[in-house]
Design a protein around this ligand. Structure first.
Ligand SMILES: [Zn+2]
Length: 278
């Protein structure tokens, strides 16, 4: 990168962060961590260049915020009890960036394009997971618990719907296609060839939403509001009452579950992919 390009990307990064802040997609700490993730991706030498990685991550955020704005009114009730909604904070940005940072470092040391595939699978998993929870709640049929196979309330972690699983597959596929288009633009072959690359990113979207549901039902903290007598995933309920942990691990909240699902699927997908293409 020459000085002109460096300055151009810095301005771009700053512009995107300020825009996201103004639109209330990021809070103050979220802006700082997003700029940090962006700088690492841009300026740690990788193959392909860091800006390709950065644009994929941005595409994921855009996809996620479209999905969360989609039919917002019909999601209100569910969001109050479960999902957090609103501006992304420090932890959420770092959680979404961790897979990128891990594979970017791997790319720096190997200078091969294969770690980039791992990065795409981990972003695909996060996109699958985000789209399936944002669009799955719109399902007309109630979700079924992945653990008991019985019907559960909308928004409960571990509840799956057909709409949600299809949205997960779509999320992975869209990330894969976006990455392929960027690679073609810079004249780089997708590692493993276009078909295998797309199959793996699509499957990562599906498994991302599945692993997220599994972690959600078996490990995520579930709380009880003694005042309203309802289950919730919030430590402080919307009524202001402090809730009691009745199941799962306290530190395993929605953000940690998302991050772990992205990492597990990204790393597992990457290892299988690696042995297939090497
Ligand atoms: Zn309450």
């Amino acid at each position: 990168m020459n000085l002109f390009e460096v300055l151009g990307w810095l301005v771009f990064l700053l512009f995107v962060a300020v825009y996201a802040f103004k639109r209330e997609m990021l809070d103050e700490a979220g802006v700082v961590s997003a700029i940090f993730v962006g700088l690492v991706l841009l300026f740690v030498p990788q193959n392909p260049s860091g800006w390709v990685w950065l644009l994929v991550l941005l595409f994921f955020f855009v996809l996620g915020s479209f999905a969360s704005k989609f039919k917002k009114d019909s999601k209100k009730q569910v969001e109050e009890n479960f999902a957090k909604g609103g501006a992304r904070n420090f932890m959420q940005v770092i959680a979404n960036g961790v897979g990128g940072l891990v594979f970017a470092v791997a790319s720096f040391f190997t200078l091969s394009t294969i770690p980039f595939a791992g990065f795409i699978f981990s972003v695909s998993a996060m996109a699958g997971d985000t789209l399936s929870s944002e669009l799955g709640v719109l399902s007309k049929t109630p979700p079924v618990s992945i653990k008991t196979l019985k019907r559960v309330e909308k928004g409960v972690s571990g509840g799956v719907t057909v709409v949600g699983l299809i949205a997960g597959i779509l999320g992975g596929f869209l990330i894969g296609v976006f990455a392929v288009l960027l690679l073609f633009y810079i004249g780089v072959q997708p590692p493993g060839g276009i078909e295998l690359f797309l199959i793996f990113s699509t499957l990562s979207g599906f498994f991302g939403s599945l692993v997220d549901s599994l972690l959600g039902v078996f490990m995520q903290g579930l709380y009880y509001c003694p005042k309203c007598r309802v289950l919730t995933e919030r430590k402080v309920h919307k009524c202001g009452t402090e809730t009691k942990l009745i199941k799962g691990l306290k530190w395993m909240d929605n953000d940690v579950v998302n991050m772990l699902a992205g990492l597990i699927v990204g790393v597992a997908g990457f290892l299988i992919f690696y042995f297939l293409v090497m």
